[in-house]
Structure formats: structure tokens, C-alpha cells
Design a binder for this molecule. Sequence first.
Ligand code: TEU
Ligand code: CA
Length: 558
Amino acid sequence: MKAWWKESVVYQIYPRSFMDSNGDGIGDLQGIISKLDYLQSLGIDVIWLSPVYKSPNDDNGYDISDYQGIMDEFGTMGDWENLLEEVHNRGMKLIMDLVVNHSSDEHPWFVKARKSKDNPYRDYFIWRPGKDGKEPSNWYSNFGGSAWEYDEGTDEYYLHLFSKKQPDLNWRNPQLREEVYAMMRWWLDKGIDGFRMDVINFISKPETFEDGEPKPGKKYASGSKIYRNGPHIHDYLQEMNAKTLSKYDVMTVGEMPGVTPELAQMYTAEERKELNMVFQFEHMGLDNGPDGKWDLKPLNLQDLKQNLTKWQKALEHKGWNSLYFNNHDQPRSVSRFGNDKEYRVESAKMLATLLHMMKGTPYVYQGEELGMTNIRFNSIQEYRDIEIINFYREQKADGVPEEKIMESIYAKGRDNSRTPMQWDASRHAGFTTGEPWIGVNPNYRDINAEQAIADEDSVYHYYRRLIQLRKSYDVIVYGEYDLVDPEHPEIFSYKRTMKGQTLLVICNFYGKENKFEWPNEMNLNDARLLISNYAEQEGEELQRVSLKPYEARVYLLV
Ligand code: TEU
Ligand code: CA
């Protein structure tokens, strides 16, 4: 079925780092408004706003203390209404981040819940007595330490899968669910166009909490097998859909670490009425070693080809994919999968081609369209992310050498994507007139929006053209996907087909020349080059093309 959200390109804004309008060093809503023309020129259709709600900022707004109020640092509800209106005036849409696996411990619900065991709000959260004087289970939190925090006042522990300032909400409680749905309707009635749902496949918890198996030498274990895609997850999502989403023409994307293609089919199948699409994480884990994200391992292209192809095929006729290489939790893709030194522009364009020609809704994370790169701060003091800081502390305590810890942080730390957006070559990249809350990447004099707009060959203009292509050719949105030349060790090639039209995408994933054999079944005489990151060569033999470092080409055959 056709749908506007299948034909859209989404742009993610991390408000704290996007644009500061008042010189306090923190991005804000008026700052975003001042850059809407920029986003419109880029051609994007939907803006996803990371959380702007009231928050003590233990996790930069992913710890919410008032779901219906705007964070003071970002502006007022008036500013937000202004933003929505200005987005709509430009023919774009706005989706909000819905963070309801947990709230902040400063949310009034939790403040009341911890008062006493018989407080009416107690059951909005997950409380358990200790087991033999210890935590109710040996689960670790995603940000380090135990997932349980002892509350002295009531002599029980509460569950927090993230920081201890992010207590998990108890979705078994129907009243809590109704409160969440009412809050969602309140935003939907204000005219927003949908939600991105934070770790939404974590909301269904078990009744009893069983210990996990700790890795050798470790005290705590993962509980993720139990809390991911938990027992009532589909019931909750269907209930949510019936009580909120179904009444509006909106889009939804559920963030789902640990989702499999089979489960994603269930979450996104139209007739099941749960979500439109999910963010899966398998391709983000292909460069993880056995000890998880900080354990560095080079990406094997075969793994990426197989994995993305598996997802493309699994959701081809059931459900829908979201396409992303970047977000506010991931390192910059040009540094991670491309080459941010000799071939920054070429490899950023290649990665964009690879992603945007696949079947699904593409997501662009702020600065990705400029080819922004990872950051290497000199000392841990300059980092801001709670996950990085906790990881550093734990590793230090375990006696891991500083250098090794920093290598992991340089490669995978979330602050890589959170340095301020690089607008121009002026002080602090034009992000703020004050002192930025986190350091600007020193390469802003060369990599910035002003420079990119002035240069027809920039990564920015390439994204603009990719986005325009999606608007011009239905085959890019709806065509079937098939991998081409699966065995090629250095080239990722695939085709898209629909109603006699074929699109051939060829991406050289490496910084050296590589040969590509034109597929026999495709008539190369009919091939027209739609886009490439290198100039087209007159009279070139297509039968066996030689691709330059990180070269990407898209042909249309009719
Ligand atoms: O992230 C969920 C998640 O599991 C990861 O991506 C996580 O952030 C971690 O970095 C993996 O190493 C979501 C948000 O996107 C993230 O910013 C929040 O910190 C987290 O939920 C808690 O709300
Ligand atoms: Ca500000």
C-alpha cells in the first residue's frame, strides 16, 4: 500500500547540538526555527525532534520529568507551537520522541511513588524487595552497574534499565497505560505528525525477574533476553494504536534494540495495527566484538551485505524498513564505515547512495549531510555522555589502560554525533555566540554548511539530489530489492525493480579501484546514469567497469 511516510525522508534533530539562538551555548527551539529553510532546501519531508520535554538532563532529555512541558533551556511551549507552525508552513512534518519505557526520577509520578508502598503511584514503577540482602536480580543497567536501585525510605528496589535517574515504568498497570495514551493524544491533538518511540520493545517486563548468566569475572548479567520483546509487547502496541494512533494520519517508528526480522514483520505488518516501522540494530552491531559495542572489530562487508539484504527481503511485502547509518547514539558513519581522511567526501556520498536507494524510509541525522566526522577529545573531562563517563569509570576501576579505553570511546562513544552542528567557519562553527555545552569539532573550518551550500560537489548537494531522485522515481520507493554479485568482496551492488523499470546501484566500499562485471541479464545499452559521486566518463565500456575509490553509481534501465 502506498503511504506518505514511505515516500518521505526524515531528518533527525538533536536539539541540544543543532542551533543556539540566545548565546547560552545550548541549542534551542528558536535556533531550529532559524534553520528550517536550510532543511526545506535539502528536501526533507519529516523532522524527528529528539526529546524537548522538561528534564533534569541526566541523559540529555531521555529522562523526562514532565511529558507535557518544554525544557526551559530549549524555550517555551509558545516556541514549540511556533516551530510546529513554521514546519507545517514549509510543507514539512514534525514527529516527536516518545520516551515511555522510563521517566525521570524527578517526574511527579516517581516522586510520589517512592513516598510509601501504598501510594497510588507506587505501581506506576517496578518495585521488588531485595533477595538475600542483594538486588532482586543480577541484571546490569545499560549505562553500567546494577539495573536495580535501593530505595531506603521504603526498603525496596526499583528497576532502571538505563541510569538510576530513569526508573522503568510499569506497563502492567492499566492506569499508567491510560495516562501515556492521554498524553499521546494531547500531542497528537496539537497537530504533530507522529512519534519515534524510544526502546519501545522494552516496555513489557516479566512478572518475576530471573537472574542472567554473567560473563566470566563479571558481577552483573544482561537481562535483555527477558525484557526485550517481552510477553505483552504486541498487546500494548495494539492497544496504544487503537486508543491513539489509529485516530490520526501519523507515522510511527519504534526504536528496537534486539529486534529480529521475524519480529519486525509482526511489529510493522499493516493488518496488525502496531507500528509503521522499526529501527533495527543488527547492522549497527556488525563491528562489535564479543564483548559488545566497546569491543572494536572491523566491519566485514560480506556481513553488511548479507544483513541488510536479509532485512530488505524480510520486510519486502510484510511491513516496512527504516534506513539509517547514523543517529545521536552512533558514531559518525563516514568515520566508522567510510574514510574520513583521504576520501571523506567520496565515502560519505557512497554510504548515502547505498542507504537511500534501498527500500524503506531513509533517516538523515544532523550533520550527516555535511559528512561530519567523529571527535577525539583530549581528555575524558571534555566528554558529556553519561554512557561514556560511566564506561570510563568502570574500565578505570578494572585497571584497563587509559589508551585502550579512549580508543573505544573515540570509535564508538555517543558524543561523536553530539558535537555541535557545523554551520559556518566562524567561531564555534556558528552554532553559538557563547560557550558550547560540548566542544565543537576542530575541523569545522573545512566542514560546514555554508561551505557545502556554496560547493556544487559537496556532500550536502549530493544528499539533496538523492532526495530529489526518490521524489522522481517510484521504483526507488516501491521497487523490489535484490542483491547483485553477492560474492564480490569489495563492492555492494543491488537492483530495484518495478513495472519493467530497473535501478542498478553499485557501490565500491573501499579506498582502492575495483572491477565490477555488468550483470548478464541487464541490457547495458539501456542504462542511464542517474547519479554518481564521480564525473561520468565518455565512451566507457560498461561491460567491466573499473570503479574508483568509494565510487558509487546508480543506473536506470527501462
Ligand atoms: O537508546 C537505546 C539503546 O539501547 C541504545 O542505543 C543505547 O543508547 C546505547 O547507547 C547503546 O550503547 C535510546 C536513546 O536513543 C538513547 O539516547 C537513550 O539514552 C536511551 O534510549 C534511554 O532512553
Ligand atoms: Ca540556547
